[in-house]
Design a protein around this ligand. Structure first.
Ligand SMILES: O=C1O[C@H](COP(=O)(O)O)[C@@H](O)[C@H](O)[C@H]1O
Length: 238
């Protein structure tokens, strides 16, 4: 890992604003590349990002390639569908072509769905290897899960697959597909929202081999941290 920062924000609103600016600056900074690949998580991130990102000017979304760090195996119209939520709250507000959004096929059984999604990533990234995302935005649940990687679950040992199925998720819905730790840790830049850390927590296993790791936490989440943290002075960007 080339570096980890833990940045504490007074509130989720301020965290969201800085996060959106950071995503935008990475996308703009990547303008020489063929695309800017961004992996999105569900949960609280959906509303945080959807509120702030559309307000930022000057972004050419036609170059963006959106994937999902995990997805629940439900129809896109189901309120649990991460894609469905982003479609309603974000994608309809920004000018991003549908073909630049890599979704699962929720009509497939969960094992096939994971294989199919993995194949979609391989095709989009033109590689049979683990795809390297420019940026992944992860959440962390109260139990320390990130993506759909849960504490003590055998999927934490996965070393080969890009994407894996899970059919016994402790958090409903039970059937999901998720990026594996090798995929998460191959990314150029990973941002984890909220947190604490401990060896048993999947979120603590996020440790990009080459990329940058940034934890964005609000004050209540920071209260239990014993590691050095940063607090940005007003007006300063990440
Ligand atoms: O179930 C999920 O939970 C995690 C964490 O969500 P949060 O609301 O606690 O931020 C999320 O990152 C993941 O994508 C989602 O499927």
């Amino acid at each position: 890992m080339s570096g980890r920062r833990v940045v504490v924000f007074p509130s989720v609103a301020e965290l969201g604003c800085s996060l959106a600016q950071l995503v935008a600056s990475r996308a703009l900074g990547n303008s020489g590349g063929s695309h800017f690949s961004l992996g999105l998580s569900g949960g609280s991130l959906v509303s945080i990002l959807s509120k702030e990102l559309p307000a930022l000017p000057g972004l050419d979304y036609s170059r963006w390639l959106i994937g999902f760090c995990d997805e629940r195996l439900v129809p896109f119209t189901d309120p649990e569908s991460t894609y469905g939520l982003y479609k309603d709250q974000l994608f309809e507000k920004i000018n991003i072509p549908n073909e630049r959004i890599l979704t699962i096929d929720p009509s497939l059984p969960v094992e096939e769905c994971a294989e199919d999604y993995s194949a979609r990533l391989s095709k989009a990234f033109s590689t049979e290897q683990i795809p390297v995302f420019d940026m992944l935005l992860l959440g962390m649940g109260p139990d320390g899960h990130t993506c759909s990687l849960f504490p003590g679950h055998p999927l934490l040992q996965e070393t080969q697959k890009t994407v894996a199925p899970i059919s016994d998720s402790p958090k409903p819905p039970p059937q999901r597909v998720t990026m594996t730790l090798p995929t998460v840790n191959a990314a150029r830049c990973v941002h984890v929202l909220e947190g604490g850390e401990g060896p048993a927590l999947p979120a603590a296993l996020v440790s990009p081999s080459q990329g940058e790791l940034l934890w964005l936490v609000d004050e209540p989440a920071a209260a239990s941290l014993t590691i050095p943290v940063e607090r940005l002075s007003p007006g300063h960007k990440l």
